[in-house]
Design a protein around this ligand. Structure first.
Ligand code: NAD
Ligand code: UDP
Length: 327
């Protein structure tokens, strides 16, 4: 197969490129590097089956030659990023999704959208099944991301119904692992980096809010299977083991051997109180479930950040919610 992967220089996009290349396929990786890094795909540059194109997918997208698949991962994904880039986030979810669906239609390629658990907003049911319509504040700060992704899902379904584009929708829950940016502001990277530096671990609110964390290798396997399947309609991909953020802070302290203090900062507006995927559909339709335990995945991620710290340093301190625009 020959596939286009947008967001190829990002955390998940770069791992997905690796997966397609390792399986013998050809990949055109497209990215404008707004939140990604060329370092993530440096090892693929020069590979005969990989080509990198520096391009903003909100502008007309041209790809020469045939394509069997278009996998659309381009979008800021960390709250710190999308709150700093609200209009770019809305544009890539709407205009960008429209452009790449146009490419899929023109090439007769299968389309996969990297959607998100954020389409459920601050959910009033836990765990969240795909049938749940969500509880999103469209005019709140997070609305720029949530609504862009909801629009993207609607656009993918419209192209499927109207133009017969074969569309897959992955609703991805919090995923972590190597190649996350040390200062991307997400909770796992923030806590590990703070622990490794001996700085206070910043828990927002009282830490009773929950998240369910999936290791990157598991998530990529799920995306790959979903792309290869005949399941149309959304599929949740995530790890159902759920932790409070306060528990997470303790686990990170333990696993890093750090004596960092816990510091409580204000809870950001509209921060979801709970989040946990119902992965019944992925289990039955894809035969997929996560295999990496949270402690194992965390150890691998800590190892990654430790090596980064030794080799090139961890760069700027983590971005905190109180430093975000509008805070
Ligand atoms: P990331 O920020 O590391 O990667 C996103 C990539 O998209 C970056 O390389 C960025 O430069 C690129 N990009 C953004 N706008 C672009 C544009 N207009 N044109 C071209 N490239 C553009 O984030 P990630 O964690 O790898 O997320 C990848 C996708 O998965 C996103 O669509 C995100 O919404 C979705 N997702 C991720 C998670 C997660 O936990 N990581 C959870 C839910 C959904
Ligand atoms: N969080 C935190 N401290 C941090 C970063 C995040 O307590 O330094 C909390 C945040 O308020 C949220 C959870 O951790 O409740 C997950 O945040 P993240 O930014 O990783 O992603 P989200 O799941 O909110 O999109």
């Amino acid at each position: 197969m020959r596939v286009l992967i947008t967001g190829a220089a990002g955390f998940l996009g770069s791992h997905l490129c690796d997966r397609f290349i390792d399986d013998g396929h050809s990949v055109v990786g497209m990215d404008n590097l707004v939140t990604g890094s060329p370092d993530n795909v440096a090892h693929l540059i020069g590979h005969e089956r990989f080509r990198f194109v520096d391009h903003d997918v909100t502008e007309f997208v041209y790809v020469e030659g045939e394509l069997d698949g278009v996998l659309h991962l381009a979008s800021p994904a960390s709250p710190a990023d999308y709150l700093e880039l609200p209009i770019k986030t809305l544009k890539v979810g709407s205009l960008g999704t429209h452009k790449v669906l146009g490419v899929a239609k023109a090439k007769g390629a299968r389309f996969l959208l990297a959607s998100t658990s954020e389409v459920y907003g601050d959910p009033q049911v836990n765990p969240q099944p795909e049938s749940y319509w969500g509880h999103v504040n469209p005019i709140g700060p997070r609305g720029v991301y949530d609504e862009a992704k909801r629009f993207a899902e609607a656009m993918a379904m419209a192209y499927q119904r109207t133009h017969g584009v074969d569309a897959r929708i992955a609703r991805i829950f919090n995923t972590y692992g190597p190649r996350m940016r040390p200062n991307d502001g997400r909770v796992i990277s923030n806590f590990i980096v703070q622990a490794l530096r001996g700085q206070p671990i910043t828990v927002y609110g009282d830490g009773s809010q929950t998240r369910s964390f999936c290791y990157v290798d598991d998530l990529i396997e799920g995306l790959y299977r979903l792309f290869g399947s005949d399941v149309s309609g959304p599929v949740n991909l995530g790890n159902p083991s759920e932790y409070t953020i306060a528990e997470l802070a303790e686990i990170v302290r333990e696993e890093t051997g750090s004596d960092s203090e816990i510091e409580h900062l204000p809870l950001p507006e509209d921060d979801p109180q709970v989040r946990r995927p119902d992965i019944g559909r992925a289990r039955s339709e894809l035969g997929w479930e996560p295999g990496v335990s949270f402690r194992d995945g965390l150890r691998r991620t800590i190892e990654y950040f430790r090596t980064l710290q030794e080799e090139e340093g961890l760069g700027e301190p983590p971005v905190l919610a109180e430093e975000r625009p509008g805070a």
